[in-house]
Design a protein around this ligand. Structure first.
Ligand SMILES: Cc1cc2nc3c(=O)[nH]c(=O)nc-3n(C[C@H](O)[C@H](O)[C@H](O)COP(=O)(O)OP(=O)(O)OC[C@H]3O[C@@H](n4cnc5c(N)ncnc54)[C@H](O)[C@@H]3O)c2cc1C
Length: 497
């Protein structure tokens, strides 16, 4: 029996998978497509994470889609509002009708003879295996494991008489009112949890091994709220989006070029928001430079206000062991707790765990080079939506989807069925795909593809530069190899003879 075939198969129905569907509808209206989603709902990250206070840590004018204005007053938005925005976008562009839930893509095999991928899908509801084929694979699976967050090996967890929770698996019925909470970690999740939980808990302690850079920004964007009143929504959105792109990019560039200056600014900002005499250097001065790891954003100083009000505190120390009553620290100090939240991060996972083979040869990701930050050397008709590490995820995903649509249209125009980025330049040096020294990146970087030392293999993490390359750059750039022309259809008279 012939397998079901679509022109484009989108894997994942999170922020980027829904965006992919919208772009296909707008820019490749004649293409057939389906979205396969492993879970039973859309939204990905914004549906999975349910911990108190869950919110974005970049502004919604850049985390929102370029083509659909973010219209709420909050610039730093809570998880449910983002989920609502993704759901509304899916309905507005008809993407919701193309989603097949409970479909986990586990393997894809490319056949040059047939010019198509055969995809193996595991039904997460029934356990059944199904197959489909597609002409192009657009992988929007995010970058981390859904089934398991990262928790380091801690000693003595079995002795602890209270509850231990990971933010990725937040129990719906957990009651922490009046309890002593310790949040282990210092990343975006920890700094979100602390003020949110402090509203009900007796006290919240943020226990960190080492500090992170934390910057406070207004939760609402005054300019955005003003412009929305006086300008058409799309124009107001695009002005604010560009303002935020430029500010974020300038901050990143300055951090890389003048780290001392930026360190000083961030330190002053923190000091100003905490009570006089607070030990800023122990708890808020990291040993690395800003943007060597992600800088955390807090809205309206909420973390600092909670600390100043005495409802939360920060301890910078290591964990020696869990005890019956809480934690014994490296310094010997005991920290009592009823609930310990391990905000210790994610397990990175490339391509949603999907295995690939090209004409019977397994694709080994670490041996491939990323092309324009979205395709892989030697892998035809496949792109991955991966966002920026130094700016909002959607900025890059929007560009990726628009580029894929241009690529598909180019192939149709010229009658090709296959496009493969091929590196034929022996002077290109492979480098790690992500230029970050955070623990979660270092733990997994050897499973990821590499980037190359020069374009189009180099990942610049620069939106303005990517616009030039992806929106206006040549599709046929000499590196992308177009092949496998459409087979000629025999002339009707010859068929008749
Ligand atoms: C707590 C948290 C806060 C964040 N805040 C921000 C922020 O403020 N700004 C920012 O830019 N980024 C942020 N990020 C990064 C964030 O993940 C992205 O912004 C964005 O939501 C990613 O969207 P996505 O659709 O690419 O991936 P995801 O949201 O991860 O969605 C991927 C989808 O693919 C599905 N899937 C995975 N594997 C398969 C498979 N094999 N087969 C079928 N389906 C599959 C998943 O079930 C999921 O629905 C945050 C991340 C976390 C964890």
């Amino acid at each position: 029996m012939a397998l079901e075939h679509v022109d484009v198969l989108v894997v994942g129905a999170g922020l980027s998978g829904i965006g992919a569907g919208c772009h296909l509808r707008m820019e490749c209206p004649d293409k057939t497509y389906a979205v396969l989603e492993a879970r039973d709902s859309i939204g990905g990250t914004w549906d999975l994470f349910r911990y108190p206070g869950i919110r974005s840590d970049s502004d919604m004018y850049t985390l929102g889609y370029a083509f659909r204005p973010w219209s709420e007053a909050k610039a730093i938005a809570d998880g449910p509002s983002i989920l609502k925005y993704v759901g509304e976008t899916a309905r507005e562009y008809g993407v919701d009708e193309r989603i097949r839930f409970n479909h986990r893509v586990v393997r894809a095999e490319w056949s040059t003879d047939e010019a198509r991928w055969t995809v193996e899908v595991e039904r997460t509801d029934s356990g059944e295996t199904v197959h489909m084929t597609c002409g192009f694979l657009l992988i929007c699976t995010g970058y981390y494991r859904y089934d398991e967050g990262y928790t380091p090996e801690f000693e003595g967890t079995e002795r602890f008489e209270g509850q231990i929770v990971h933010p990725q698996h937040w129990p719906e019925d957990i009651d922490y009112a009046g309890k002593r909470v310790v949040v282990v970690g210092s990343g975006a999740t920890a700094v979100t949890l602390v003020p949110a939980m402090a509203e009900e808990a007796a006290h919240v302690t943020m226990l960190q091994r080492s500090p992170s850079y934390i910057v406070s920004l207004p939760g609402e964007d005054g300019l955005a709220n003003f412009l929305r009143r006086v300008l058409p929504a799309k124009l107001a959105y695009s002005i604010v989006r560009w303002k935020n792109v430029l500010i974020t990019s300038a901050f990143f560039q300055l951090s890389r070029r003048r780290p001392k200056l930026v360190k000083g600014w961030i330190r002053k900002g923190v000091q100003r928001r905490l009570p006089p005499g607070y030990d800023v250097d122990t708890h808020f001065r990291p040993s690395y430079n800003p943007w060597d790891q992600r800088v955390c954003l807090v809205p309206d100083s909420d973390l600092f206000e909670t600390i100043s009000a005495g409802r939360a505190s920060v301890v910078t120390d290591t964990i020696d062991t869990f005890t019956e009553k809480g934690l014994r620290l490296g310094s010997g100090e005991e920290l009592e707790a009823d609930l310990i939240v391990t905000a210790t991060g994610l397990n990175l996972l490339p391509l949603g765990g999907l295995q690939m083979a090209v004409d019977g040869r397994e694709v080994e990701l670490p041996k491939t080079l990323g092309y324009k930050g979205m395709m892989l050397s030697g892998v035809p008709n496949m792109a991955v939506a991966l966002g920026y590490t130094n700016a909002s995820w959607t900025l890059k995903c929007d560009l990726t989807h628009a580029y894929v649509c241009r690529l598909l249209n180019h192939m149709d125009e010229h009658g090709y069925r296959q496009c493969t980025p091929e590196n034929r330049d022996p002077t290109i040096e492979p480098e790690p795909f992500i230029d970050f020294n955070s623990g979660y990146v270092l733990r997994a970087i050897d499973k990821f593809p590499k980037q190359g030392s020069r374009p189009p293999w180099r990942l610049y993490q620069n939106y303005a530069r990517d616009i030039l390359t992806l929106r206006f750059g040549e599709i046929d750039d000499g590196v992308m190899v177009f092949s496998n022309p459409e087979p000629e259809v025999e002339a009707p008279e010859r068929l008749a003879a």
